[in-house]
Structure formats: C-alpha cells, structure tokens
Design a binder for this molecule. Structure first.
Ligand SMILES: Nc1ncnc2c1ncn2[C@@H]1O[C@H](COP(=O)(O)OP(=O)(O)OP(=O)(O)O)[C@@H](O)[C@H]1O
Length: 641
C-alpha cells in the first residue's frame, strides 16, 4: 500500500515537532562556515566599538581644548604619551578621528563580506539538501501535497532564513554592542544621569515586543490573503479560455474583487498598527532625550544639579554633548529591534518547516535490500498483487488492483486494455515502484522489485506516462533528456521511430525549436511523440507506454506502431490503450475490469471468446451500442480502428 500522509497540512504541522531550527542550522550547515561567522561577528563588535570613540573624543575636546575646563587626557592612554601643547593635542584628536573612521569603514566591509559569504553558503547547502530530500520522496508524498507548498519551502522559507542570517542576526549583534556600549560609557561618566536613557531601553524593548505580538497575527492574515488572491489570479489566468468560453467574466471579476478586498482589509489592519509603532518609539526616545537635555543643560548652565538625586556626581559640557548624542542614537537601533524580532519569528517558522521536512524521512523511497541483479532480461510476473491508494482526504482503501497475477516473457509486446479507472496505469506504476503493493509481489526476472536497487530498476525501464512532461527547452533537449551526450543522429532516429520527424522537419528551427513551458507550443499529439522518442532513445529493456498515441491520428499511429514493432524487438513492452487497434497486433492483450485481469490472449482469441474485449471492439467498430451503462463515454467516443 502507498504510504500516504494522513495530515492534509503536514508541511505546516511540522511546526509542532520539537525542532530547534537555529541550533540545527548552525551545527549542521554553519560548522564549515564557522570561521567566516566568527570573523564577521568580531568585525561587527569592533566596528560598533569604533562608533563609540568619536563622540568620546569630541566630549574630551570640548572640555579640554575648546573650553579648557579640564586637563587633557584620553581614557586608556598613558599620560606620558599625551603631547603637551594644545595644537598637538588637537591634531592628536583629529588623527584619532581619521583612524577610527578609516578602521570603521574597513571593519564594515569585513563584517559584510564575511557575514554575507557565511549566509549565502549556508543557504546554498541548505537549499540543495532540502531539494534532494524532496526529490527522494516517493510518489505518494507528491500526490498529497500542493506544488505551491513544496515550492514555498524550497524558495520562500530558505530565503527567509538567509535574510535572517544576513540582515537580522548581524543587526542584533550591532545593536547589542552599540546600545550596550553607549549605556556603559554613559554609566561610567555619570551613572545617575545615565539612568534616564538607560531606563528607556527596556521600555523601548517592551514596546517592540508588544508591537511584534500584535502585528504577528496580522501579518499571518495578510499572507493568507495574499495566498488566496494569488491562487485566484493564477487559476483565472491559466483558465482564461474556459472563462471566455463560458462568458463568466463578470463572475470571475467579482471573485477577484472579493479576494482583493480581503487582502486590502488585512493589509490595512497591519498598516494601521505599524504606523503607530514608530511614532511611539520616537516619542519615548524623545522623552529620554529631552529629560537629559533639560536636566543636563540646567546642570551645566548653573553649575549645580537641578535635583538632589544627582548630587555627588559631576557633569561637564563635553559629557552633556556625549549624553545627548548617545541618547538620540538609541532610537534607530531600538526601531530595528522590532524588525529583528519580526524577522526572527518568520525565520523560526521557516526553519521549522525546512528542518521538519529534512528530519522526516518517512516518505522517502527505500530499497529494502541492496541490488541483487545487474542486468535485466525482462521477464515480468505479478503474483497475487493487490493494491489500494489511500489519500489524505479520503481514508477509504478501496482496492484498485485485486489479486492480479500474470507472467510476461522477455521480449513480449503486451497490450493492456479496459474501461476507464480499471487500474491499468496503476498496474504499470507498481512495476516502477511508484507505489508498493499491499500484498503479493511484482517480479522482474524472478526478483521482487522491492529487492532491487531503485536506480537499477528504473534504469531498466523506459516509461511514457499518460500526460508526459515536456521540459522548457528545445525539442532535442527534451528527447535527449538525461542523455546530454546523445548523438544527433540517434536523436533523429528515435524521433523518426516515434513519428515525430514529420512535424519536426516542418518547424523553422527543427530540433532546436523551443517548446515553451510544459511544451505549450506543441499539440497534444506532438508532445506525446516527443515523449515516446525520449523513451526510445533511452533504449531500456522494458518499455511502458501509457496511452502514448491517444492524441495522434490513425494514420500516424499506424506508422508509429510499425516502427515500434521493429524497434522494440527484444524489449518487453506494455502498451495501455483505449483505441483497441493500437494493441491489435500485440503478442498478448490483458483485459482489465474493476482491478482484475478478466481476460488475456491475442486479439483473435479474445474476439472469439466473445467477452468484454469483444464487446469493446464491437462498440469501437460501431456495430453495437453499450448495453452496460458502466461502459463510460470515454470508451464509446474513441475513434474507430
Ligand atoms: N494517486 C492516486 N490517488 C488516489 N487514487 C488514485 C490515484 N491514481 C488513480 N487513482 C484511482 O485509482 C483508480 C484506477 O486508476 P488508473 O489510473 O489506474 O485507471 P486506468 O485504468 O489507467 O484509467 P484510465 O483508462 O482512465 O487512464 C481510479 O479509480 C482512480 O481514481
């Protein structure tokens, strides 16, 4: 039985697991890049220290050089190093400023270089690993999920983590050092006056925290509304011909307007909270700044502190300038704090989704034992195979294949026919191990396919699915998919055998024609023939053709059949077909009905038996009408042989 996901929203449900995304990110992906991270962090810290120095030096210059109220001295510098004349002292201050600003710029460059390199390399490794992990999943994994959900992990979530590493984590270090450094310097100069700006830090932090708490759910609503609006627009644009054909433009306009209005409402709700945040932060910082200016200014002007609390400490004009400069510079970093917390929340959620996927191996394709066969002869047997799909939304386990048994000799050409939904495609998918049977075994050359290496198994099989996928690129790239070194003449020969040469020769760019996304520039029949050519070029020992020529005209199909007969000589071939003429000349035809093989034999034998195959044949000839209402329209409408 397939191993489906029973949770429709499993990719978001992984958040509930005990995942420490940042720990895992640093221990698994950051380890190799650790020197860059450390160097970047050190540069970041030193840079912030450098930023503190000019204001300190300015405050000393004001007191000692401009107003001469204090003897000249520099913290941490021995007095014997200090020059004696005012002019020399001034040039020392000037020199310090120049060196500090030069160092600051160099450290800024080093910090950005190391940090970006660290984040980009981590992002790259993480994306490739996550893609590989997705690619390893079995087909049931993809059956139960929307492509958009998987894409959003591979793209948005990984970008979100990268942005956190590049911007927010770096900013966090910068802000901590800057605000902490300024706080410490002020406390050292006048701890009592420093209490005013320092006390604003936790208040600003609290406001930021409250902001994030209230804006978080609003952003989530915005993202949901964006998702709905995108889905609606994508659906409508993709289905524009249906919209036009059914003249439903007014109806669709209303639906788009509704989705857009929902987006407007949620976005406005978020904006009205956001625009309150920054002025509040500014007002708080301004209150601190004005208090420092009021108290400090009065103190410097009168020479005495305005309140008895401040007695026992001194304040000079230079120190006041430093206090005012530092308190004003609190606003910007504290504003950023809100963005950092926001970014952290986003990145954490993204990390949980990414690592939830990476840590969960339950849907991965596995080979139970190592490869036991090296080359495949092509004898295939199904032994009492039963199978049912189980989907997330519908837990019913109605059997699609019921106790199916048959054997096909190497080199046999086998047609598979039957009503729509009889289980024909599923039968072939079990051979490819897209799904595993609930009971029974599928064997190739006597070996259970579950005991083969998956790679070996699939490399022995050429498969053309009912809706073949054409990649964006040229015709020849599509035919030679997976064989980049294929010879042009081999590509042409495969195309010829698949009946594609006739239309390719008419194309202006021939085999170099760009086919558009999913091959939109080709007709259905042309797409099928390119997919068939692709399978033929791979020249595998087993060939599975699922309705491969259903979209081509009878004449072309007859040509393809003739080519296939000679080209697939020696290959074990299964060909599913509704148009019975397609498999008329098969060595054997398996007739399926309701998950069982109800008849098998050659065309003539089956006609003679007068059972289901014979009925279907007569219907296709137009000699009879379907009596059994369960013979679907699709069976009746197919073309005459
Ligand atoms: N991935 C899937 N998940 C759940 N059910 C599925 C899945 N694929 C097919 N089915 C169901 O299994 C049954 C058999 O499908 P299958 O594609 O094998 O039939 P078929 O004989 O090839 O039909 P057709 O001739 O229309 O292609 C159908 O009822 C179908 O709805």
């Amino acid at each position: 039985m397939s191993t489906p996901n029973t949770d429709t929203n499993e990719l978001s449900a992984v958040r509930d697991q005990d995942i420490q995304p940042f720990w895992q990110l640093f221990t698994t992906y950051g380890r190799e890049q650790l020197p860059k991270f450390i160097l970047g962090a050190v540069a970041s810290i030193l840079r912030m220290v450098m930023e503190l120095i000019p204001t300190i030096v300015l405050s000393i210059a004001i007191d000692s050089l401009f107003f001469d109220t204090k003897p000249f001295g520099l913290p941490l510098v021995p007095p014997e190093w200090i020059p004696s004349t005012t002019g020399e002292q001034f040039f020392l201050v000037l020199g310090i400023m120049v060196v500090v600003y030069l160092l600051n710029s160099s450290l800024g460059w080093l910090n950005s270089y190391m940090w970006n390199s660290f984040a980009q390399h981590v992002q790259h490794s993480l994306r490739v690993d996550t893609y590989e992990s997705v690619q390893r999943r079995g087909v049931p994994f993809f059956d139960d999920r929307q492509t958009g959900d998987i894409m959003s992990i591979l793209n948005n979530d990984i970008n979100q983590l990268e942005e956190f590493l590049t911007t927010h984590l770096n900013n966090l270090i910068l802000i901590t050092v800057r605000v902490g450094g300024m706080g410490v310097v002020m406390l050292l100069i006048n701890w009592k006056l420093a209490l005013i700006p320092v006390v604003t830090i936790p208040i600003l932090g609290f406001i930021s925290h409250k902001f994030v708490q209230s804006i978080g759910p609003k952003y989530r609503s915005v993202r949901e509304a964006v998702g709905k609006l995108n889905n609606r627009l994508e659906n409508n644009v993709s289905g524009i011909t249906t919209v036009k054909a059914f003249a439903t433009e007014p109806f669709e306009r209303t639906r788009v307007a509704d989705a857009s209005a929902q987006y407007l409402d949620t976005q406005w709700d978020a904006i009205s909270t956001r625009i309150l945040y920054f002025p509040t932060m500014q007002a708080m910082t301004a209150a601190g700044y004005i208090s420092v200016f009021g108290i400090g200014g009065w103190w410097v002007v009168t020479g005495t502190p305005p309140l008895s609390f401040f007695e026992g400490t001194t304040l000079t004009a230079g120190s006041l300038v430093l206090f005012l400069n530092y308190s004003q510079r609190f606003v910007y970093p504290m504003r950023r704090m809100g963005q950092i917390i926001n970014g952290y929340q986003y990145a954490r959620a993204a990390g949980e989704r990414i690592f939830g996927l990476l840590n969960d191996d339950s849907n991965s394709e596995t080979t139970t034992k190592s490869s036991v066969t090296n080359t495949v002869e092509g004898t295939i047997s199904y032994e009492n195979v039963s199978f049912s799909y189980e989907t997330a939304s519908d837990k019913s386990t109605e059997q699609v294949l019921k106790d199916v048994s048959f054997t096909v000799e190497s080199g046999e050409y086998v047609g598979v026919v039957g009503r729509t939904g009889a289980g024909k495609s599923t039968l072939l998918k079990l051979l490819l191990r897209f799904y595993d049977p609930d009971s029974g075994a599928v064997r190739i050359d006597g070996t259970d396919v579950q005991d083969e290496s998956l790679e070996m198994l699939r490399e022995s099989i050429g498969y053309v699915s009912q809706e073949p996928y054409i990649f964006h690129g040229t015709v020849s790239e599509n035919i030679a998919y997976g064989l980049p070194d294929a010879d042009r003449s081999d590509i042409r020969a495969a195309a010829k055998a698949a009946g594609a040469d006739s239309f390719l020769d008419d194309f202006q760019d021939g085999y170099d024609t760009m086919v558009g996304e999913r091959g939109v520039k080709l007709s259905g029949g042309q797409r099928q023939r390119i997919a068939l050519a692709r399978a033929l070029l791979h020249d595998r020992n087993i060939l599975l053709l699922d309705e491969t020529t259903s979209h081509v005209d009878n004449e072309t199909e007859a040509t393809i059949q003739r080519n296939l007969t000679s080209r697939t000589d020696g290959q074990t071939t299964f060909a599913i077909a509704h148009r019975l003429s397609t498999v008329r000349n098969a060595d054997r035809i398996l007739v399926m009905n309701d998950g069982k093989i109800v008849e098998q034999g050659t065309h003539e034998e089956l006609l003679e038996a007068g059972e289901l195959y014979s009925t279907l044949w007569q219907i296709q000839l137009g000699n009879t009408q379907p009596e059994d209402s369960s013979i679907g329209k699709a069976d009746v409408s197919i073309q005459l042989p």
